[in-house]
Design a protein around this ligand. Structure first.
Ligand code: DXP
Ligand SMILES: NCC(=O)COP(=O)(O)O
Length: 242
């Protein structure tokens, strides 16, 4: 079964826009869980453009599903993880000024760095996932870092989906099978939406988790949060046997 982790970054973006506490981030997170989210994902970026340090400290004891904290593993992030001890830490190679996450790790070049970070996170009892591009050369080195999972960076898939979905998904299917062979857990995320999610799930039925935020929050403006979460959950249901 593929779990849906709802990324609430954009709820925090809206809250920060007016400087108050509306929408109430904690309430949205708890409601999202009630509505069917099987995890809550946050990405406390260094500039706190959306999720703040205080948000993480507030959420950590209230989330009852899986808490997934994404980020670049600098001292600030590692301290957050040490204190929050989420179910999962998802490492991304984002520089502080990045508009959003836009690539996976070079697990060849950063092998030793990632190995040390992952060992520290395991000492905290936290499951690890590392953001990765769908290129086979990065997968065995990813396994050698000791990470529990990898997260497929799916923006390239989403970008090509509407024009050539078979071409878009092919590299992801190839590396997903490689990840499975290597014994790596498999997550996916970035720009997944109600158009492209089901096809990815059909072609990679053994996905452990998808984390979805931007498109889901945008859809919720039209369909409501509860209905939207249920719509995304339905995209992840196995196809009915014919
Ligand atoms: C890792 C990933 O692809 C997303 O969680 C990304 O971190 C979202 O960040 P923004 O919400 O700041 O675009
Ligand atoms: N790891 C991906 C994530 O958490 C959300 O990405 P997006 O759906 O906001 O693009």
């Amino acid at each position: 079964m593929t779990k849906l982790s709802v990324n609430i970054n954009k709820i925090a973006t809206l809250r920060n826009a007016r400087g108050g506490n509306n929408p109430n981030l904690l309430q949205v997170a708890l409601d999202a869980e009630t509505f069917g989210a099987e995890g809550i994902t946050v990405h406390p970026r260094p500039d706190e453009r959306h999720i703040r340090y205080d948000d993480v400290m507030m959420l950590k004891d209230k989330i009852t599903t899986e808490f997934n904290i994404e980020g670049y593993p600098d001292k600030r992030y590692m301290e957050i993880i040490r204190i929050a001890k989420p179910a999962q830490a998802t490492l991304v190679p984002d520089p502080p000024e990045a508009l959003t996450s836009n690539t996976g790790w070079d697990t060849l070049r950063h092998a030793d760095f990632l190995k040390d970070i992952i060992a520290e996170l395991h000492d905290y009892g936290v499951r690890t996932s590392i953001f990765i591009n769908p290129e086979a050369k990065y997968f065995e080195p990813a396994k050698n870092t000791g990470t529990d999972r990898v997260e497929l960076y799916t923006e390239p898939y989403a970008g090509l989906y509407h024009r050539a979905r078979e071409k878009a998904v092919a590299p992801y299917v190839e590396v997903a099978l490689l990840a499975k062979e290597l014994g790596l857990g498999l997550n996916a995320g970035h720009d997944l939406d109600l158009h492209n999610l089901r096809y990815l799930k059909q072609r990679i039925p053994f996905l452990d988790e998808v984390s979805i935020g931007h498109a889901l929050v945008c859809d919720a403006l039209y369909f409501g949060l509860e209905n939207t979460i249920q719509m995304y959950r339905r995209q992840l249901e196995p196809d009915k046997k014919q």
